[in-house]
Write a protein that binds this ligand. Structure first.
Ligand SMILES: [Cu+2]
Length: 480
């Protein structure tokens, strides 16, 4: 199991101030004995070269990040989940050509949480992310440090980020990204699920609490995650979501994680015995895809459909320990979502004549679909009419609060923790949320921000093949 830490790949870098990320082509041994050429972010850090570094920052840090595009094609970095202005969001309009640089300068305004960074050039984001460009961005603040102390966890040891990505490799170990018509419709799924770019990972654990920061970095695959002990799904505690800690831990035995979503969970192995084996799995589910035909994949590769059961990581209980950490009863203070007199804006996610649409429009990089007033609150309602596909919908620039899920599938409704139909993680702050076929979601956005002038952001589907085929719009947060 590759853990973010001292190794080159996913090495942990404590950053503040200035640094340079280089979009590069690297050779990485992912499959045994078969080095794979992949795209990655490289960082010179304390005399070493880190690949797709885990950037750890403190809330309030002032960052000056130079992105040096040493790829052979245009690209730009999107800081996913960060409350940045347009210039620092990674809008495709700002993509830089091969050999050029883009300078970011921003103050990290977000509360502690697991965020991430990935490419966002128009039409190329899916391909570049698939070929390897992705890293984690972990923000800490005093509240977070208190939780780490209570749990007695250490990043890369007992506080374990898991970047979940599915890929296809050819016989030589090369990554292949060659979406066909079915892939454009369903999104590009792989036959090999990697955790932190480890194939079939094994994690040796002690009899103690473990924190797992689950990040879905896949282009299109949705996971129904559970920790299976034989036939039994172990209870775990959900402690955080996209935008950081929940108010208090909430018990669950499974959760759905769609592309770009994060879930922060604590698994208690204190009651297990040496030799016990727990499998982090994706349980089978009906992904409600419009066409359920297994796609015609490349010869020799059979790709499990979205919703097929998958084993992700074997946890082997290897050692009994006395210092095991303790679960805090309270994690954070999250004010109730108060819509006041917020107006409702409706978005329909649909498909028409080979393109993916939001409100019947296909993405145009230079057009802005609508404006909201800076400082206002709005309720956004997402609708996904049947027959359809599930869409992981991401709003740039803001974290929001979920208000309600209606008409969702039974497999989700039974995970609700309250009358609003929300699963545990959606009681916290979110920037990405899965919209199932037939469903209506309502969420509260607050467009307060500290930046002067108009800001342009995006609302998009984070199924990256849907994004590439139009399912994205620009919106303006107007200053005056
Ligand atoms: Cu979509």
């Amino acid at each position: 199991m590759r853990l973010p830490g001292d190794d080159e790949l996913h090495g942990v870098a404590d950053v503040g101030g200035s640094f340079t990320l280089v979009g590069s082509t690297v050779q990485q041994e992912i499959l045994p004995g078969k080095p794979t050429a992949m795209l990655a972010y490289a960082l010179e850090y304390q005399g070493r070269r880190l690949v797709n570094p885990l950037l750890r920052v403190q809330t309030g840090a002032n960052l000056r990040v130079r992105y040096w595009n040493a790829l052979g094609e245009t690209s730009i970095v999107h800081w996913h989940g960060l409350k940045n202005d347009t210039n620092n969001d990674g809008h495709p309009h700002y993509a830089v050509d091969a050999g050029e640089t883009y300078d970011y300068q921003f103050t990290v305004a977000n509360r502690a949480g697991t965020y991430w960074y990935h490419p966002h050039p128009h039409h190329l984001a899916g391909r570049q992310a698939y070929l390897g460009l992705a890293g984690l961005f972990i923000v800490e603040d005093p509240e977070e440090i208190a939780v780490q102390r209570a749990l007695d966890v250490k990043l890369g040891v007992t506080d374990v980020p898991l970047l979940i990505q599915d890929k296809r490799f050819d016989a030589n170990g090369a990554l292949s990204y060659s979406p066909g018509a079915q892939d454009h419709f369903h999104g590009y799924c792989g036959d090999t699920v990697l955790l932190n770019l480890t194939q079939s990972p094994c994690f040796d654990a002690d009899t103690r609490l473990y924190r797992f920061r689950l990040v879905n970095g896949s282009n299109a695959r949705i996971y129904r995650l559970a920790f299976m002990h034989g036939e039994q799904a172990l209870e775990f505690q959900v402690i955080g979501a996209d935008g950081g800690l929940l108010e208090r831990p909430l018990p669950a035995r499974e959760l759905f994680l769609s592309p770009s979503e994060r879930a922060d969970v604590v698994l208690d192995l204190r009651g297990t015995s040496i030799g016990d084996r727990v499998m982090l799995s994706s349980l089978p589910f009906d992904a409600m895809q419009f066409s359920t035909r297994a796609e015609a994949a490349a010869p020799g590769i059979s790709v499990p459909v979205n919703g097929a059961p998958l084993d992700l990581m074997l946890i082997r209980v290897a050692q009994r320990v006395s210092s095991a950490g303790a679960m805090p009863e309270a994690l954070s203070l999250i004010a109730p979502a108060t819509p006041d007199n917020a107006a409702t804006r409706v978005f329909t996610f649909d498909h028409h004549k080979g393109a993916w649409h939001i409100n019947r429009g296909s993405y145009r990089m230079t057009e802005t679909a609508f404006s909201v007033a800076r400082g206002s609150k709005e309720i956004w309602e997402f609708r996904n009419p049947h027959p359809a596909m599930p869409h992981p919908v991401h709003v740039h620039g803001f974290q929001y609060r979920m208000l309600e899920r209606k008409h969702g599938p039974a497999h989700l409704a039974r995970l609700a923790v309250d009358a609003r139909g929300l699963p545990a993680a959606e009681t916290g702050w979110k920037d990405s949320v899965l919209l199932w076929p037939g469903e209506t979601l309502r969420m509260l956005l607050d467009f307060t921000h500290p930046f002067s002038g108009d800001q342009i952001y995006m609302l998009q589907c984070h199924n990256l093949e849907h994004e590439a085929h139009g399912m994205m719009i620009n919106f303006r947060v107007a200053h005056a």
